[in-house]
Every structure is written in structure tokens, then in C-alpha cells.
Design a protein around this ligand. Structure first.
Ligand code: AMP
Length: 541
């Protein structure tokens, strides 16, 4: 028997329509690329998104067409998210930290017809625009007075384009399976792969991540996504924020410790989200300047593992609740988030930290299992670990142009992460499959070793990579970026690790470096480190 409910498609435009109608005065506050602070309410954001949809219609953009962005987190990028997807076109966000050849690859692969760019990224698009096969125009996210000189002919000014249009636009109704946005995975090897989100998946993901146990969004909250809008839809925050009337603070181009701190405090932000590398800068700034966080209540640390020392610093030194999170571009992207279940809140601090170091429990809409390398399910006992597989309505079923990818088997998506799951449902990432160190037929978790090393006061950042070994296959090499003014000593570090990890896990050597190569989404590039140290000879070999 079929239910008798209305067949209303789940469309991205409905999130904005709802936010504008019910929470029209809830603010979007942005640091503009020029530096000034801009603020308006969701009602005005809605009107301008309608103007943008009219402008795109005039440019000939139709249902299913792809439109690119290379832009910071600002209100204009927010308008593009909704103006483009709302009219049934596909908003293709590109990561400006990628190489120009990769940008060109993505423009061509996606068949982008127009691209919106912040002034910062004009030199990047100038290098490739002339070669992009389907590109008809470049739109600069600024006003007439700030329009830059460029080698690109007929550069379009965003404010001219938008302000010339009527605010009256009826968001069209179409099939909820219509693609809404497109984001290419950072692809450390080979070409980036396109993850094509649908309107339906985006709405379901928004509903799921807004929940108390995930982002806890409502008009009582104020959220600042440090995570860029070009990294997996800023973890879905712009959509979920407008849906719930949450005040949204956009940091623009200033992601340094001071810039982030100012926005967090001045705008009374209660919740923020980003990768550990950003939080390292914020912590350093606050410690140097003796600052405290007056309003921030919660922080999501995800994208790479949050170390125990970082969790401790935020919770104990700055009194901010840490929610460790895990996800993937392919998952819209939230896959797990760590909130402590009520009985866990009274545990001794160390035991609580043990749990908080895990990546957490899946939100509604994500199912997880772990398997051995033959695909047999492993128990959720917190001990067994294996390949992590996921399924659900906002997880990709294939990549653009590679619909039958080998990442999908029996309806499950293989994350390429190795994890354990405990009886309470808390998942812990052991490692990425390709980063795990295989020593004498056993596995060593690089994440675990890094986490332990980062507990040493002389260590700012740690990365562990496997180095070829004639007897053991691979052995761990610990690379360290020192804390400000410290000179870590190898024996001291190894002595510190000795009683904290299994004896055979102890790194064979420790090397201090000035910095790590950081990828486009703020993660340490292990493949580059492996390349740098490929001829490294371990002691005694
Ligand atoms: P991306 O699609 O670029 O966001 O990368 C997704 C990958 O980042 C995952 O498959 C994990 O390997 C890694 N990742 C994300 N969050 C975490 C986390 N909290 N701890 C460890 N690895 C993470």
C-alpha cells in the first residue's frame, strides 16, 4: 500500500526558501576579499540568489549545465551555491590550491560553461581560461569599482551581473535526483574524480547534520565554517545553516590564527569546523597572545585525525567541547561525529579522551561495516579492524564519467580507510589503507604513532611514513615539525614513546624537519613525504 503523502521533491532551493521565509533576519556575515565585513540576512541572500538565477538564465544556463567556482567562503559564494543549484544547474566548486593543469582538467571534464572567481584567483584562471574547451566566460566576485585588469577579454563583474536583474524568480520544480553540485576529490594520484551530489542527497544530508548530536544547528547558534566551500561543500554547513536559521560567519581569505580568532570572538561564534592544520595556527596565536575564546562552545575537528593533545588543549585550556569528525567528499561529506553518550561524560579524563580520539558515530543516513580483505564482515567489538565500508542516501554511487567504479561493491562504498567499530558504534580510523605501515606481516598505524608523538611538548606536528626494510618489509620513520623554539632530541622522543606504544611499533628513526607539505584541503601530504624520503636509509640497515 502506497502512502498518501505529497510528492514534493527535495530541492536545494527549498532550504533557502525556508530560511529566508522563517529566519529572514538571521545573518550571514563575511570577511570580504577586500577586507571589510559584510552582513545581511537570509531574506536578502535569497533575493540576491534569485537575481543571480535570473542573470544565469539570461546567460543561457539551463537545467543540468555546469557552472564553476574558484572562491573563498563569502556571501557571494553562498549566493552561487543556491542560485546555481536552485535553478537546476550544477555548482562545480574547484580547489584553488590545485595545480593549473588540474584546474583545466576539471573545467574540461565538467564541461563548465562559466566560472565565478574571487580576485585572488584571477591569475590562476588566466593561465587556463583560453584553453578550456567549453568555457564561455569568467565572472569576478566583486563590484565595478574593484574590477581588476586582466588578460581575459570580456571579464564579467558579479555585482553588475546580479544587480541588473529582477528579484522576482520562481524556483523551478524538477526531479530531486537532478545533480546540484560537483566536487572533485583531491586525488593525490592520477586525475581528480568528480563526486556529483543530487538535490535529494544534499537536502537529506542537511537534515542529518543539523541534528543535536552532529552540528546542533538552530537559530540559537552561530557557525563559522573554516572548512572551505570548495572542500566537500564546506561539510554541508551552508545548506544546513540556512535551513535552521543558524547565523553563518564566513571567514573569507583570512585563515591565519589572528584572522580566525577575530571572527570567532567578534561575531560571537558558538560552533566552528575545520581541519587540524588551521587549529594548530589558532592555538599558537591564542597562546602567544594570551587570548581566550569568549563565546565558542564547540569545535569540529575533522579531515585528518585530531590528536589527543589538540583535543585536550581545546577542552581543558580553552573550555571548548571538541567533536572529532570523519567524512569524505564522496559522503556529502559527514560520515561520523563524536559526541559522548551520557554515561561516558562522567568517566575519568583519560578514559574520556580515549573515546574522543575515535572518529565517532555515524549520523542518520550512514551505515558502516568493516571487513577483512576477502570482504567478510568483522565484529564491532572495538578490537577487530579492517576495511571500512559505508552506504546511505548521501553517499556517492559512482564518479562522474566513471559510473561503475571499483570503489563500489554489493551496494557498499569502500572508503579505503581501515577502522574498528566498538559495541557502542564509535568508529576509529586506524589509518588510510595506503598509509598503513606493513612490518613483518603486521600493521602499524601511522595515525596512532603520530598522535602519541604529538603528546610530547617539543612536537608541533608529527608524520609517520613506512621506509623499505630488507627484513621487515617496511619500518616506521617519524618526522617531526618542532614546537616554537624547541629542538626535539631523537633519544628523548623515542624514550617518551617507549612505554606508550608496542615495542615493535617504535620508529626506527626520527627526523626533524621545518615543515610538512600540506595539500589543497589542509592535510599533510604523505605521498610527497614518501617521495622525499624514498632513498632514506634507516639506522642498522
Ligand atoms: P576528503 O575527501 O578529501 O575529505 O578526504 C577523506 C579522507 O580523509 C578519509 O577517507 C580519511 O582518510 C581522511 N579523514 C577525514 N577525517 C579524518 C579523521 N578525523 N581522522 C582520520 N582521517 C580522516
Amino acid at each position: 500500500m502506497r502512502g498518501l503523502m505529497m510528492d514534493t521533491p527535495l530541492l536545494v532551493s527549498s532550504l533557502l526558501r525556508h530560511g529566508a521565509a522563517i529566519y529572514g533576519d538571521s545573518e550571514v556575515v563575511s570577511r570580504t576579499v577586500e577586507g571589510a565585513i559584510h552582513r545581511y540576512g537570509y531574506a536578502e541572500a535569497h533575493r540576491r540568489s534569485q537575481q543571480l538565477a535570473n542573470a544565469l538564465t539570461r546567460l543561457g544556463i539551463k537545467l543540468g549545465d555546469r557552472v564553476g567556482t574558484i572562491a573563498w567562503n563569502t556571501y557571494r559564494h553562498f549566493e552561487i551555491y543556491f542560485g546555481v543549484s536552485g535553478m537546476g544547474a550544477v555548482c562545480h566548486t574547484m580547489n584553488p590550491r590545485l595545480h593549473p593543469t588540474q584546474i583545466l582538467y576539471m573545467l574540461d571534464h565538467a564541461d563548465d560553461r562559466y566560472v565565478f572567481v574571487d580576485k585572488t584567483f584571477l591569475p590562476l584562471i588566466e593561465q587556463v581560461a583560453g584553453q578550456a574547451k567549453t568555457l564561455e566566460g569568467v565572472i569576478v566576485l566583486t563590484d565595478r569599482a574593484s574590477m581588476p585588469e586582466s588578460t581575459i577579454e570580456n571579464l564579467i563583474c558579479y555585482e553588475d551581473l546580479v544587480c541588473a536583474e529582477s528579484e522576482s524568480y520562481d524556483w523551478p520544480e524538477f526531479d530531486e535526483w537532478t545533480a546540484s553540485s560537483l566536487c572533485y576529490t583531491s586525488g593525490t594520484t592520477g586525475n581528480p574524480k568528480g563526486v556529483l551530489y543530487s538535490n535529494r542527497a544534499t537536502v537529506l544530508h542537511s537534515l542529518s547534520v543539523a541534528m543535536p548530536n552532529v552540528l546542533n544547528l538552530s537559530d540559537n547558534e552561530c557557525i563559522l565554517p573554516i572548512v572551505p566551500m570548495f572542500h566537500a561543500n564546506a561539510w554541508g554547513i551552508p545548506y544546513a545553516a540556512v535551513m535552521t536559521g543558524t547565523k553563518l560567519v564566513m571567514p573569507g581569505a583570512r585563515l591565519d590564527g589572528e584572522g580566525v580568532y577575530e571572527m570567532l570572538n567578534d561575531e560571537r561564534v558558538t560552533f566552528t569546523a575545520g581541519v587540524p592544520t588551521v587549529w594548530i595556527m589558532l592555538l599558537a596565536y591564542m597562546r602567544e597572545q594570551g587570548k581566550k575564546l569568549d563565546h565558542l562552545q564547540r569545535i569540529v575537528i575533522g579531515g585528518s585525525a585530531a590528536s589527543r593533545s589538540m583535543i585536550q588543549a581545546f577542552e581543558e585550556e580553552f573550555e571548548v567541547e571538541v567533536r572529532h569528525g570523519w567524512g569524505m567528499t564522496e559522503m556529502s561529506p559527514v560520515g561520523a561525529i563524536n559526541t559522548l553518550a551520557p554515561p561516558m561524560r562522567d568517566l575519568p579524563a583519560e578514559e574520556k579522551l580515549d573515546i574522543q580520539s575515535k572518529q565517532g558515530r555515524p549520523p542518520y543516513g550512514v551505515e558502516m561495516m568493516i571487513t577483512d580483505d576477502k570482504g567478510n564482515p568483522l565484529p564491532h567489538d572495538g578490537e577487530a579492524y579492517g576495511e571500512l565500508k559505508v552506504k546511505g542516501p548521501f553517499i556517492c554511487s559512482g564518479y562522474l564519467g566513471l559510473e561503475n567504479s571499483e570503489a563500489h561493491e554489493d551496494g557498499w562504498f569502500d572508503t579505503n580507510d581501515v577502522a574498528s567499530i566498538d559495541p557502542q558504534g564509535y568508529m576509529q580510523i586506524v589509518d588510510r589503507k595506503k598509509d598503513i605501515i606493513k612490518s613483518g606481516g603486521e600493521w602499524i598505524s601511522s595515525i596512532d604513532l603520530e598522535d602519541t608523538a604529538m603528546g610530547h611538548p617539543d612536537v608541533l606536528q608529527a608524520a609517520v611514513i613506512g621506509i623499505a626494510h630488507p627484513k621487515w618489509d617496511e619500518r616506521p620513520l617519524l618526522l617531526i615539525v618542532p614546537a616554537e623554539g624547541k629542538r626535539p632530541d631523537k633519544d628523548d622522543i623515542l624514550g617518551y614513546l617507549e612505554d606508550k606504544v608496542a615495542k615493535w611499533w617504535l620508529p626506527d628513526d626520527v627526523v626533524v624537519v621545518d615543515s610538512f607539505p600540506i595539500g589543497g584541503t589542509g592535510k599533510v601530504l604523505k605521498n610527497e613525504l614518501r617521495e622525499q624520503f624514498k632513498d632514506y636509509t634507516l639506522p642498522g640497515v
